[in-house]
Design a protein around this ligand. Structure first.
Ligand code: UGY
Ligand code: MN
Length: 246
């Protein structure tokens, strides 16, 4: 039997590893008959929110974005999403980006559907319109090699324009692939592993990481990752981008 006083989760001042072993459910108004795990939030010092929602056949999510934009990504299963009058079925790997001031509804899920969300307070840029609603599919987004390394591929899910202040990318590492250098940067990350395993270095601490684990990296948290095992390691991550460094 596992020892219940052990966890792989770690929460520090500038990074956190949240493994599913410590999840406690939250009740979120408007997100009905579902299980919500708030994984990253301002309570830990972050400037983004990341949740994982597990749906059953009677789950319905309704709401309206106010100051925060919202990104839904289907980790498992299938559901229907209605945003700004447009309804689409969302399957594994598909997503919808909901800008500020939009109503949304998610319903008709397959039991066991898992949705990842990223939320960020939107910082509008003078001269640029608020981005539109975007329905997309990771399977249709190219994954060019990252910095010339054939073991690494990066898919950029949202348009790379100044109207967006948040990026959501999928990073795929072949076994043995690794970040080419230790990153030290102002941008913050939230991520969840979709597949595989490896070792992440966060501010000189080393963590074994696998599918289902999430990581928060505050600005300037030094970061490096190497993939291990028999299959590629894949994570989807948030990054704040494109705004003046005040
Ligand atoms: O975009 C990034 O900063 C990315 N290379 N960081 C990361 O995967 N930890
Ligand atoms: Mn980074």
């Amino acid at each position: 039997m596992e020892i219940s006083a052990l966890t792989r989760s770690v929460v520090k001042r500038n990074h956190a590893v949240i493994s599913p072993d410590g999840y406690i459910n939250s009740r979120v108004p408007g997100w009905d008959n579902c299980t919500v795990n708030v994984i990253i939030n301002e309570q830990m010092g972050a400037h983004l929110c990341q949740t994982l929602i597990t749906l059953n056949e009677i789950s319905v999510l309704t709401g309206a974005t106010l100051h925060s934009q919202l990104f839904f990504y289907v980790v498992e299963g299938r559901c229907t999403a209605t945003v700004g009058g447009e309804t689409n079925t969302l399957e594994k790997g598909q997503f919808v980006y909901i800008p500020i001031a939009k109503e949304y509804k998610v319903d008709k899920p397959e039991p066991g559907t898992q949705l990842l969300t990223f939320h960020k307070v939107y910082e509008k840029l003078d001269g640029y319109d608020v981005p539109p609603v975007i329905f997309g599919d990771a399977a249709n987004i190219e994954g060019p090699t990252y910095l010339g390394d054939a073991a690494l591929r990066l898919q950029v899910l949202l348009p790379d324009t100044l109207a967006f202040d948040m990026a959501v990318n999928i990073f795929t590492y072949d076994p043995g692939g690794h970040l080419p250098f230790v990153e030290t940067h102002i941008m913050e990350h939230g991520l969840i592993y979709l597949q595989g395993q490896g070792v992440y270095m966060l501010d000189k601490d080393w963590y074994p990481i696998k599918k289902g684990d999430s990581i928060w990296m505050a600005p300037y948290c030094q970061q490096w990752f190497t993939a291990m095992g028999k299959e590629p390691a894949v994570y989807i991550y948030y990054k704040n981008v494109n705004r003046f460094p005040t």
